[in-house]
Design a binder for this molecule. Structure first.
Ligand SMILES: Cc1cc2nc3c(=O)[nH]c(=O)nc-3n(C[C@H](O)[C@H](O)[C@H](O)COP(=O)(O)OP(=O)(O)OC[C@H]3O[C@@H](n4cnc5c(N)ncnc54)[C@H](O)[C@@H]3O)c2cc1C
Length: 293
């Protein structure tokens, strides 16, 4: 199903994000994860797109595989990294031929070892250019990225949110956020965009289930998300007890999701990191407490 149609029909969605496995063993782990998570009834899933050539083909393969095996709507992430507009158009043709109708249009992160994003000659400099290209193609539902706390490269939150406004106006029917851990920046972003656009745009919070403090720090360092003091204060005294950290982390995640849904979030997009247990715990807790259908 095309996600623009799904979003028009359903006020709230539940979705999960996977990444392309690097080897046969992690492929089997992903297969298991999909088997475990499919019964939770996600409205859609998405598959990331790496900087390297190998994982790029895998994104398409996994999206096709999930659609064929589970019937769940799947969205392929697509970035501007190392691609001319002709390369991107060729990929769009491949995706359309493969029956993929949903794309998350991104600028992309710099390839490993590089600190700055450098546009490819003849390529797209920003996600907005990619959205325009996909929109002109006309065969795909488009989603884009949002940053409640601001994208790390942006000169200001206002400038970054203006960029999001342009991406939505250019044809993205929704945005999924980078992970964040307090509800206030999300509420501020929605209020800002609602004033600017005259309607409340569909901005789906991206949720990282917290299971381990070191990986949380690593993830946040990579994407520029802030770990709030309240969360640090809850997890720090438990540092030597991995089970207690996990329990407190999942409890924090569930409370955070409840607060977002209470604030009107149009669903949740959980970063599964190709594992099922934490995602299943969060979704089950939200369903048992009546916060998620
Ligand atoms: C839900 C989600 C999924 C993701 N999946 C992937 C993935 O699969 N693969 C991957 O490589 N990365 C992925 N990313 C990371 C993403 O590629 C990076 O965060 C990237 O640095 C920014 O992408 P963007 O699409 O937001 O870029 P853009 O919207 O282009 O913004 C990038 C920066 O440029 C600024 N900007 C935009 N236009 C202008 C302008 N005209 N002048 C000056 N500054 C401008 C913006 O404010 C921002 O700071 C994902 C991020 C999210 C939130």
């Amino acid at each position: 199903m095309r996600l623009d149609q799904l979003f028009a029909a359903k006020a709230r969605t539940l979705s999960f994000e996977f990444f392309p496995p690097k080897n046969e063993r992690s492929w089997l782990t992903l297969e298991d994860t999909i088997d475990q998570l499919a019964p939770l009834g996600p409205d859609f899933v998405s598959v990331t797109y790496g900087a390297g050539g190998g994982t790029r083909a895998k994104t398409r393969e996994i999206v096709e595989h999930i659609q064929a095996k589970t019937g769940i709507a799947a969205m392929a992430h697509l970035t501007c990294v190392n691609a001319t507009k002709a390369d991107l158009q060729a990929l769009l043709n491949e995706y359309a031929t493969a029956g993929i109708g949903n794309l998350l249009a991104l600028r992309g992160d710099p390839p490993k070892g590089e600190t700055r994003f450098t546009p490819t000659d003849g390529g797209c400099a920003y996600a907005l250019d990619l959205i325009n290209l996909i929109r002109a193609d006309g065969r795909f539902a488009i989603t884009c990225a949002a940053f409640p706390e601001k994208h790390p490269d942006a000169v200001s939150r206002e400038a970054d949110w203006a960029n999001l406004e342009h991406k939505l106006k250019a044809g993205a029917s929704a945005a999924i956020t980078q992970c964040f851990f307090t509800v206030e920046p999300y509420i501020e972003l929605i209020a800002h965009l609602t004033t600017r656009l005259g309607y409340a745009p569909r901005i789906i919070p991206g949720i990282l289930p917290i299971t381990n403090f070191k990986s949380l720090e690593r993830f946040c360092a990579t994407c520029g998300a802030t770990i709030p003091q309240t969360l640090r204060a809850q997890l720090a005294p438990l540092a030597d007890d991995a089970v207690a950290v996990r329990r407190a982390g999942i409890a924090y995640t569930v409370q955070f999701c409840k607060a977002l849904l209470a604030a009107g979030a149009p669903g949740l997009h959980l970063y599964a990191l190709n594992r099922s247990t934490a995602v299943a715990e969060v979704v089950t807790a939200l369903r048992l407490s009546g916060h998620l259908d």
